[in-house]
Design a protein around this ligand. Structure first.
Ligand code: NI
Length: 394
């Protein structure tokens, strides 16, 4: 049976969107390699009128849907399109045919709901033009910056996006002001010592023991340096050293990720990682070279666009649909790069049926429930209309 929400879509559109999403899911592609995906999305959008298509950032696609009022402010809605290097184990009939590659973060759904929003906006346009942005390479944190660098969003006055979330059931949406995603910076620590025979440790400056001390010390940053009322994460995710069981290596390399939801904590994490790594290496008579790569900043939704998003959710799904985020989300999201330049709001869209388990994203079992496709499409189309009308009003 089709819900009231799904009835916004003609039976043919409904069928086409489900088929598109399943096709994208079955043929996942990694960041900046989304060639088949981009072609499928272009084909799906080309049928809409009036719409102009533009290829950007290699495998990105932007559809411009004409508004009712020439010169009215332009709004963008964004869906990301890339997959992850994970081997799928959902058992779905449309599971990945690309071994080791999987839509384990629901970007197949995000792409399909962006196309769905384009359908709705072509049928009932916003005041101004709406750009539907199908963005590559979210998982590597590079895609949004590439889209911005293309200049395609230079005339955009507000931007909206969303992520599937199986903590919430289909029909629930998080649309609120404040922190929605964390910064996602990465670090690498190269510890340089002096190798030796494994039986003669006194002739070495052992980088393995030093690495162990650094790993342990890094745990004190969140425990002892960060205000306990402020969420933060320091994760050492990679440890590489050595080639043989009887050889002390000359180098050890650690890598990991830093997460925070405010600029001060973000800066503190980076400073402390560097201070501890260099200081402990020095205490051991070795050196540590710390490289920090800044990823997306935190997403902190401003009040006004968040109010528009909330209004859109309420008008499409009713007041009960808006739910609080609850637990701070420490995942990163490169939508933050847009929000450094363009005001907007990022939402979380419920993607689990009430009888289904909460399965985390980035796991081989992850699948966003199909109903979230129509929620995402309807909410993004409506928030584009609301924002466009409000911006036009000034
Ligand atoms: Ni994602």
């Amino acid at each position: 049976m089709r819900s009231g929400l799904e009835a916004l879509f003609s039976p043919a559109t409904h069928e086409a969107l489900v088929a598109l999403r399943r096709d994208l899911h079955q043929h996942p592609e990694l960041s900046f390699a989304e060639t088949r995906t981009a072609a499928a999305l272009e084909a799906a959008l080309a049928a809409l009128q009036p719409v102009t298509l533009q290829r950007i950032a290699g495998t990105g696609v932007v559809a411009r849907i004409r508004g009712t009022t020439p010169g009215a402010p332009v709004v963008a809605v964004r869906g990301d399109i890339d997959a992850l290097p994970i081997h799928e184990a959902t058992g779905l009939a449309f599971a990945s045919v690309n071994a080791g590659v999987m839509h384990a973060c629901g970007h197949d759904m995000h792409a399909a709901w962006a196309v769905g929003a384009a359908h709705l906006l072509a049928e009932r346009p916003a005041a101004g033009d709406v750009l539907v942005v199908l963005q590559p390479a979210e998982e590597t944190g590079e895609g949004a910056a590439a889209v911005l660098a293309s200049g395609a969003l230079d005339d955009v006055a507000a931007i909206f996006g969303a992520h599937v979330d199986r903590r919430f059931i289909v029909g629930q949406v998080v649309a609120q002001a404040g922190p929605l995603a964390a910064s996602a910076d990465t670090f690498e620590i190269v510890i340089t010592g002096r190798g030796a025979h494994g039986a003669r440790p006194h002739e070495s400056d052992d980088p393995v023991v030093c690495a162990a001390a650094i790993i342990t010390a890094l745990q004190t940053i969140v425990a002892r340096r960060v205000n306990p009322a402020t969420p933060a994460v320091v994760t050492v995710a990679t440890v590489h050293a050595g080639t043989a069981l009887n050889v002390i290596p000359g180098h050890a390399t650690l890598g990991g990720t830093l997460r925070a939801v405010d600029p001060d904590t973000r800066a503190l994490l980076a400073t402390e990682v560097r201070r501890l790594a260099e200081g402990i290496a020095s205490a051991h008579g070795l050196t540590a070279a710390v490289t920090l790569v800044l990823g997306p900043p935190p997403i902190v939704n401003p009040e006004r666009p968040a109010a528009w998003a909330r209004q859109a959710v309420e008008s499409v799904l009713g007041a009960d649909a808006v739910v609080p985020l609850g637990i701070t989300n420490m995942a990163g999201e490169d939508f933050a790069h847009y929000m450094e330049r363009i005001p907007g709001c990022f939402m979380r869209i419920g993607a689990r049926m009430p009888n289904e388990p909460v399965i985390p994203a980035h796991t081989p079992q992850f699948d966003a429930s199909e109903g979230s496709l129509f929620v995402g499409a309807a909410v993004l189309a409506e928030v584009a209309r609301v924002a466009s009308a409000e911006l036009k009003r000034g």
